[in-house]
Design a protein around this ligand. Structure first.
Ligand code: PLP
Length: 498
């Protein structure tokens, strides 16, 4: 049916990627032309593979934005793609392994996936013996769904067992389980929880309205108020049970809900005492644990310290690890809870061939058929090692701090999300810088003016109810001095033309 040469197409793709200017955004005309080139409808016979290849390369590709191809795309938290990760991802497509059942005599894929997960656990300075429940997901949103699903299973099943029931939520369903366990409500306690946490709460039947913010103060809203936490957890006497979700790397500020080992230990003790599940959303922030162990990063390592006391952790591969979309991961110390939720029962044809320490991925995560998204992660961890990745994380943090320092010193801009006594101290700056223009009129248009330059791309957000601008550094292509100068130039240009 096909005569297309994939390898010659791939050479053309590479040439296109390599020739793209480093602009963060494509020219608007390229997007318009691309949209105009789309067919009106599905046709009966198609246009053929060769014409389609030409269309993809010359009409669609020019309309893409530059998180991968530009070193200066600072929107969202996108990561870039390491060349070795791109190679691995193409292997994934070329061989199209379905990593769902552990079949060690038929494919090496589940064994490599398991190795990638254990290397990842090492990179995060967690104990492989304790973090046995682990799987790759489509992203941090997927991992947060797993986290809340596990939390829901654990907090209700503990009470079911106390009531003499042997089955959990996975068997009984949420409504019957809650009725039998005397649970009236499940709440998720957090600070500045990522929007995906609310979505996850909806997906697992807890509800978006059940996510509660318990900030320490208006000045430091990312920090969890431990006294308020205890008050909320105590409501379990009234049948209101809780899952705690720590923001470990809050998306607007990069700041952490906890302030080090002793604060996490306190939260852990409270969760244990009141039968709550402790989840960490560390999509990008969890990698602060992998920074070099020196004075430059002491504050960040302290902030991310102690998170190994949690029951579960969400992380993203497609952000800080610079692997292609889509890739996230979920880790839990309770592999029993993970399989209680995700067991895919009674399908003999999906059974693994014998006893093994590697679980079939389809029994510990959402999907049955799955992409081999572990391979790019494996390739990156193998190629760079912990010190190689720490060197990249170092450059990213230094660029963010360089931008923060410029913003703080400039007369035109104001650095936001600084805690008590932190003026002029960027030790808590990870990879995100949030700021605004002092001039109200400029501030309202700041994000669009910056992005109109197309030299860098930033995200807009709100702080204290007013518009703010956010830079997130996450690509391996960072060159600190070059990029600080570029960002400074753009910000100076925007404020002087304002
Ligand atoms: C990006 C992010 C998410 C969502 O991740 P996806 O990979 O887009 O699903 C969740 N939590 C935090 C803190 C994030 O930064």
């Amino acid at each position: 049916m096909s005569t297309l040469s994939v390898s010659s197409a791939y050479t053309k793709i590479r040439a296109l990627v390599d020739n793209i200017t480093t602009d963060a955004l494509p020219p608007p005309s390229s997007i318009v032309a691309g949209v105009e080139s789309l067919p009106a409808n599905l046709t009966a016979h198609g246009i053929g593979e060769e014409a389609t290849e030409r269309h993809l390369l010359s009409d669609i590709c020019p309309g893409f934005n530059g998180p991968k191809t530009s070193p200066n795309y600072y929107g969202f938290v996108t990561g870039g793609v390491f060349p070795i990760a791109e190679v691995a991802d193409n292997i994934v497509t070329a061989f199209d392994q379905n990593v769902s059942v552990h079949l060690p005599e038929q494919s090496i894929s589940t064994i490599v996936e398991d190795k990638a997960l254990s290397m990842l656990v090492e990179l995060l300075k967690l104990d492989n013996g304790k973090w046995q429940g682990r799987t790759f997901t489509t992203g941090a949103t997927g991992a947060n769904v797993l986290g809340l699903a596990c939390g829901r299973e654990a907090v209700i099943s503990t009470r079911l067992r106390a009531a003499g029931e042997s089955q959990g939520v996975g068997e009984l369903g949420l409504l019957a389980a809650c009725a039998r366990a005397g649970v009236k409500e499940i709440q998720v306690l957090t600070t500045m929880g990522h929007s995906s946490l609310y979505k996850a709460a909806s997906v697992v039947g807890i509800g978006r309205a059940s996510v509660k913010d318990i900030p320490f103060s208006a000045r430091e809203p990312w920090k969890l108020d431990i006294a308020a936490l205890e008050r909320e957890l105590k409501r379990e006497q009234d049948g209101i049970v809780s899952i705690v979700a720590l923001s470990a790397g809050e998306v607007n500020t990069g700041r952490f809900a906890t302030t080090g080992s002793s604060s996490v230990a306190q939260i852990r003790d409270l969760c244990t005492k009141y039968g709550s599940w402790l989840h960490v959303d560390g999509a990008f922030g969890i990698f602060a644990r992998s920074l070099p162990e020196n004075a430059e990063f002491a504050a960040l390592r302290t902030a991310s310290c102690g998170l190994d006391l949690a029951d579960s952790i969400t992380g993203d591969g497609h952000k800080m690890l610079n692997v292609p979309y889509d890739c996230g991961f979920f880790l839990t110390r309770s592999d029993a809870t993970l399989s209680a939720v995700f067991q895919n029962p009674n399908a003999a044809y999906l059974a693994t061939s014998g006893p093994s320490s590697i679980p079939s991925p389809l029994n510990i995560g959402l999907e049955n058929s799955r992409r081999f998204r572990a391979l790019p992660v494996y390739a990156v961890l193998l190629a760079y090692g912990s010190a190689g990745l720490a060197e990249m994380f170092t450059r990213q943090v230094r660029l963010a701090r360089g931008i923060a320092a410029y913003v703080q010193e400039s007369a035109e801009y104001e650095l936001l999300a600084q805690g008590e006594d932190e003026k002029g101290d960027y030790g808590n700056t990870h990879i995100i810088v949030i700021f605004r223009a002092r001039d109200e009129v400029l501030n309202r248009e700041l994000v669009s003016k910056i992005n109109e330059t197309r030299e860098i791309y930033v995200s807009g957000t709100k702080w204290d109810g007013r518009p703010a601008c956010r830079v997130a550094v996450s690509t391996w292509r960072v060159e600190v001095e070059r990029d600080v100068e570029l960002v400074r130039g753009v910000l100076e240009g925007v404020s002087s033309n304002g």
